[in-house]
Write a protein that binds this ligand. Structure first.
Ligand code: AMP
Length: 399
């Protein structure tokens, strides 16, 4: 089955076209809303083609992508009718969705209701769904939610200690994100370990520009670091992560900042960028740290120390762990971060093999722990789009 996977952000659209599990094409359209939108389009096994267009909104962007897919030279489909289903990444499904689902008018209405608690993320996801409804009206569409995997968290893990009325009335609770990735790498880890997932306790670390960690017990998420929004938890590229809630209130008073300004400060100017004052890119931070920049080093230390503490807390929450899994741009590629996080954790049965960690090849899954390590340390490349394509195929075949 040919499935188009769409991940629509506020000014960008990522896409991958699959035939069953085989990737036929992928690409990224950036700077939507301008006359300088850039389309990077790659057919599997061929060179990337880059082109610049005026793309003022998402539907025009998706039309451009569809045209690229059927282009006689740079395309891969004979006709748009070859697309049998479209899978959408939808960031927030709140408590309405604990699994991927066929998009019906009722489902659409519920995704729209979630705009209230995901004002930045759900609107572009919805724009993608509406665009496909207009452009490919007969094609079934499936929503795959970032939050769904974490709906198995018990209430003691998701409840905030604020008056209960805010949960009951305003749905304020921990939701968690990156669920597709945590779910994917947890299952891959079970395969690597040669055990059924329902016999495993796993700690999955999705470390990218946005970072989160999850405790996965018997295949179910029982806790995760992101919260009501993706701002909670680990410090990230530009997001502050866990912080004393009194701090923003104090800064707002001192600096006379309004809500929008403090929101931007915590989401866009904090994290490792805020501490280092240099960059949110871990490659740059590692380079500057190696040259002796103290604040770049401090940013890396804060990030890794917080991650280490989360791992310890999830070992406690699950009464053990069989493996720690690293994924995401940083988790997959930074041996420096992995070493800083898991070294000196022998007390918990975690023994890193430093040589294997450094030698691990890009793009490959690897066990980087010593044979004696009670808790395995794994690096597993994530593939959220493949999960979306598989869920889409399964749901369309069942309906
Ligand atoms: P993601 O959001 O998963 O695409 O990850 C983006 C992050 O991965 C950025 O902060 C990158 O700097 C980081 N990253 C990518 N490659 C490397 C690398 N070789 N070493 C360290 N960080 C990396």
């Amino acid at each position: 089955m040919k499935v188009l996977v769409l991940n629509c952000g506020s000014s960008s659209i990522k896409y991958k076209l699959y035939d069953d599990d085989q990737q036929l094409a992928d690409g990224l359209l950036e700077k939507i809303g301008t006359a300088q939108a850039q389309l990077n389009h790659t057919i599997a096994g061929r060179k990337k083609v880059v082109s610049v267009h005026e793309v003022l909104e998402h539907q025009a962007g998706i039309e451009l992508i569809l045209r690229a897919l059927v282009d006689p030279e740079k395309g891969v489909l004979a006709s748009m009718e070859d697309i049998q289903a479209v899978g959408h990444r939808v960031v927030h499904g709140a408590e309405s969705f604990s699994e991927s689902t066929l998009i019906t008018p009722e489902v659409l209405a519920k995704i729209e209701e979630c705009i209230d608690i995901a004002p930045l993320h759900n609107p572009p996801n919805l724009a993608g769904i509406y665009a496909i409804t207009n452009l490919l009206p007969k094609v079934p569409q499936i929503a795959v939610f970032d939050t769904a995997f974490h709906q198995t968290m018990p209430d003691k893990a998701f409840m905030y200690a604020i008056p209960y009325v805010f949960y009951a009335r305003n749905h304020i609770r921990k939701y968690g994100f990156h669920g597709t990735s945590h779910c994917f790498v947890a299952h891959e880890a079970a395969t690597m370990l040669g055990k059924p997932i329902d016999e495993l306790k796993l700690i999955t670390c999705h470390l990218g520009n946005g970072s989160s960690i999850a405790a996965v017990d018997q295949g179910k998420s029982v806790d995760t670091s992101m919260g009501f929004t993706p701002l909670e938890g680990l410090p990230m590229g530009t997001r502050c992560g866990d912080i004393d809630p009194a701090v923003p209130l104090y800064i707002m008073g001192k600096e006379e900042l309004n809500l929008q300004q403090i929101n931007a400060l915590l989401n866009k100017h904090s994290g490792v960028l805020g501490i280092s004052g240099i960059s949110n890119d871990f490659r740059t931070l590692e380079e500057e740290s190696a040259k002796g920049d103290r604040r770049a080093t401090l940013a890396l230390e804060v990030y890794c120390y917080r991650l280490k503490k989360y791992i310890g807390s999830y070992v406690a929450a699950m009464n053990g762990a069989d493996a720690i899994v690293f994924t995401g741009g940083i988790g997959e590629n930074s041996d420096v971060v992995r070493e800083m996080v898991v070294k000196d954790m022998e007390f918990l049965g975690i023994e890193l093999d430093i040589d294997k960690n450094r030698a691990r090849k890009r793009g490959e899954a690897a066990d980087i722990s010593k044979p004696s390590s009670r808790v395995k340390v794994l690096v597993i490349p994530t593939n959220e789009e493949l999960v979306i394509a598989r869920d889409t195929r399964r749901i369309v075949s069942e309906t």
